[in-house]
Design a protein around this ligand. Structure first.
Ligand SMILES: C[S@@+](CC[C@H](N)C(=O)[O-])C[C@H]1O[C@@H](n2cnc3c(N)ncnc32)[C@H](O)[C@@H]1O
Length: 303
C-alpha cells in the first residue's frame, strides 16, 4: 500500500536536516518498538538510514516521516521497512568456530544423552539471514548421523527484519558467507548452482523461521521447552533494560539445564544471575540453573 503511494527515489534539492529534538523522538520510538538504542554518537548513522527511507518515499522532511510513522494508517508497515534499513544483519555460517566446536563436541552430545524423549529444540534469536540456524542444523546432522530419523529436531530462527527472513527462508547463499565453514561441510550440505550455494533439503527441513520481536513478550511467551538458545551479536544493539527483558524471556524458554550462547563480546554481567557460567577454552556458555530466576528486575517497555 505504502509503496503504491510512494513516489520514486528522489534526489533532494536541499539536504533534509534532522534536529536534535526529532532525533530523540525517532530514536525513542525505535527503542520502544525494537529495543535497539541509538545514542547521540549514532545520530549520523540513524540520520543517513532514515534519509534512505525519505528518498524512497519522496518525502523532503524528517518531520513528515515522523508523522507518517506515528499517525498514518501505513505507519506500522513503514516501521517494518525502517527496521530493514536500520538493523545490522551481518552474519556468516560457522560464525565463531570455537563456540560451534563446543556445541558440537561437548554440549550437544551431553544434552542428547540426557534425553528421555528424542526431541531437541533450539532457538536462534536474531537469526538474520539464516546462517546461524542452518549451521546448527548441519552440526546436529553431523552428530546424529543416520540416527536423526528417530529424532524430532526443531530449530526456530527468529528475527525482526522481514527482508532478512525472506533470504533465510530461501536458503541460497554466495561463497563469502561460507568462508568459515569447513569445506567438507560445504560440499556435504550445499548444492552448488553456479556462484550460488543452496542449502540441502535435509538441512532446511530442520529449521523454520518466524518474524518475532524479541522484546514482545506476547510473542516470545509461546517459545518454550528449548534445549539451546543462541542469541549472538544481538544484545549489543540493546540497552541494559532491553537486555534484561530479552534474557528473562530466554530463561523462561529454556529447559532446566539448557544452554544460552551469546556473542563473544557480550556478557550477562549486571543483566542476570540466573545462569551458571560454563568455561571452555575461548568460550563461555550460560547454563540455566535450577534455582529460582534472579534475572535482575526490569522495567516494562511499552510496545
Ligand atoms: C548482527 S545480526 C546477528 C546474526 C546472528 N545471530 C549472528 O551472530 O551471526 C543481529 C540481528 O538481530 C536482529 N534484531 C535486532 N533487534 C531485534 C529484535 N528486537 N527482535 C528480533 N531480532 C532483532 C537484527 O534484525 C539482525 O538480523
Amino acid at each position: 500500500m505504502l509503496r503504491e503511494l510512494s513516489g520514486p527515489k528522489v534526489a533532494f534539492l536541499r539536504e533534509p536536516q534532522l534536529s536534535d529534538e526529532l532525533f530523540v523522538q525517532l530514536r525513542d520510538m525505535i527503542y520502544r518498538k525494537s529495543g535497539m538504542f541509538f545514542n547521540e554518537s549514532k545520530k549520523y548513522l540513524l540520520e543517513r538510514r532514515i534519509e534512505n527511507r525519505l528518498k524512497e518515499l519522496g518525502l523532503e522532511k524528517f518531520e513528515d516521516y515522523y508523522y507518517l510513522l506515528k499517525y498514518s494508517p501505513d505507519g506500522e508497515e513503514e516501521f517494518r521497512a525502517l527496521l530493514d534499513e536500520i538493523t545490522i544483519n551481518e552474519t556468516s555460517f560457522y560464525r565463531n568456530a570455537p563456540q560451534m566446536e563446543v556445541f558440537q563436541k561437548y554440549l550437544l552430545p551431553e544434552v542428547l544423552k540426557a534425553k528421555k524423549v528424542k526431541q531437541l529444540k533450539l532457538w536462534s534469536a536474531g537469526c538474520s539471514t539464516g546462517e546461524e540456524p542452518y549451521t546448527l542444523a548441519i552440526l546436529i546432522l553431523e552428530v546424529l548421523g543416520a540416527g536423526i530419523s528417530g529424532w524430532s529436531v526443531d530449530i526456530l530462527g527468529v528475527d525482526i527484519s522481514q527482508s532478512a527472513l525472506e533470504k533465510a527462508r530461501k536458503g541460497e547463499y554466495g561463497r563469502y558467507t561460507l568462508r568459515n565453514m569447513p569445506l567438507r561441510l560445504v560440499q556435504k550440505y550445499f548444492v552448488k548452482d553456479g556462484p550460488i550455494y543452496k542449502v540441502r533439503e535435509e538441512v532446511k527441513k530442520l529449521v523454520r523461521f518466524e518474524a518475532i520481536n524479541l522484546l514482545d513478550r506476547s510473542q516470545t511467551n509461546k517459545i518454550r521447552g528449548m534445549d539451546f538458545v543462541f542469541c549472538r551479536n544481538v544484545l549489543i544493539y540493546f540497552d541494559a533494560e532491553a537486555r534484561r527483558r530479552v534474557v528473562a524471556s530466554f530463561y523462561e524458554s529454556l529447559n532446566p539445564g539448557g544452554y544460552l550462547f551469546i556473542g563473544h563480546s557480550e556478557s550477562l554481567h549486571g543483566i542476570s544471575r540466573s545462569f551458571d557460567l560454563v568455561h571452555f577454552p575461548k568460550v563461555i556458555v550460560y547454563k540455566k540453573n535450577e534455582r529460582i530466576s534472579t534475572v535482575m528486575s526490569h522495567k516494562p517497555l511499552v510496545l
